[in-house]
Design a protein around this ligand. Structure first.
Ligand code: NAD
Length: 296
């Protein structure tokens, strides 16, 4: 299948690699020329705009930082909707607010194009391994069309309901993640300060009731999980700026629904402070640095 893939960052690049491995031909677009050159070596075809990428393809996938990027990539005069043929399905995988997903879907529908929102969970490791969870908001018919391709990048492909519901699921999941990472950071730092070996502590937590993804897969303490960003200087994972964005989406959606998200609001402020310190580009698990003595 010829697939346009737009947005080739920490997540998009490994997802695109898996599609190339599965035998698809990819039209690639990103603002970062280095990643385009790297993927072209694997057989991808470099496009010069989202519009060019979307022409003559059978599916469009986008994986961009935030809603503003998604709007411009779809709606600009050089955007996806300027190039796409009627009837070509589209999957928008970025984490954005549900209303932007619905707005872009409506704009696409006016051109005879059906769009699904399909944000993901599983981190960069899941993107590389092809084990992501996709939370899909789409008609039943579009979901059935997309499922086989998404299964080449992920393990759990969940139909959440109509367009926008994928984003609702994602926002709720990341509300937990942002909070749980702070909880694990506090516990690991407290244990260290009180004098327990942090590897022993992590082992106890991971076989006890404190266990969660933030403790057993992505532990924020360096040296606990070899593959976690904490063990490589908090690089190459899920940026704190992106977590801050997701908690902003959750608190904003909660405001509209008159729903309290008390811990979510506190967590948002902690990531905001991290961003202000100049650490927004680090992986979000570097939130633990606020609890550690600088000499540690
Ligand atoms: P990233 O910043 O690493 O990558 C984004 C890519 O989009 C970059 O390569 C950038 O050059 C490109 N881009 C920006 N504007 C563009 C434009 N106008 N046209 C074309 N390309 C453009 O981000 P990421 O970590 O890959 O995350 C992408 C999305 O996935 C975000 O919405 C994020 O919240 C979500 N997400 C990330 C993770 C994670 O662990 N990193 C996990 C789940 C979901």
């Amino acid at each position: 299948m010829r697939i346009a893939f737009i947005g080739l960052g920490n997540m998009g690049a490994p997802m695109a690699r898996n599609l190339i491995k599965a035998g698809h031909q990819l039209n690639l677009f990103d603002l970062n020329q280095a990643v385009l050159a790297e993927l072209a070596q694997l057989g991808g075809n470099i496009s010069h705009s989202p519009r060019e990428a979307a022409q003559d393809c059978e599916l469009v996938i986008t994986m961009l930082p935030a809603a503003a990027h998604v709007r411009s990539v779809y709606l600009n005069e050089d955007g996806v909707l300027a190039g796409i043929r009627a009837g070509t399905p589209v999957v928008e995988c970025s984490t954005i607010d549900p209303q932007t997903a619905r707005d872009i879907s409506q704009a696409a529908a006016r051109q005879g194009v059906a769009l699904a929102d399909a944000p993901v969970s599983g981190g960069t490791g899941g993107a590389q391994a092809g084990t992501l969870t996709f939370m899909v908001g789409a008609s039943a018919e579009l979901f059935a069309t997309l499922q086989p391709v998404l299964a080449q990048m992920g393990r759990n492909i969940v139909h959440c309901g109509e367009v926008g519901t994928g984003q609702i699921a994602k926002i709720c999941n990341n509300l937990i993640l942002g909070i749980s990472m702070i909880g694990v950071s506090e516990a690991m730092a407290l244990g260290d300060a009180l004098g327990i070996d942090t590897k022993v502590l992590a082992g106890v937590i991971n076989s006890s009731t404190g266990r969660c993804w933030s403790s057993d897969t992505y532990n924020p303490w360096p040296g606990i999980i070899e593959t976690a960003p904490a063990s490589r200087g908090y690089t190459g994972g899920f940026g704190a700026e992106l977590m801050l964005k997701d908690l902003g989406l959750a608190t904003e959606a909660a405001k509209q629904a008159h729903q309290p998200v008390i811990l979510g609001a506190v967590a948002q402020q902690l990531y905001q402070a991290m961003s202000l310190r100049g650490d927004g580009g680090k992986d979000f698990s570097a939130i633990v640095e606020g609890y550690r003595k600088p000499s540690n």
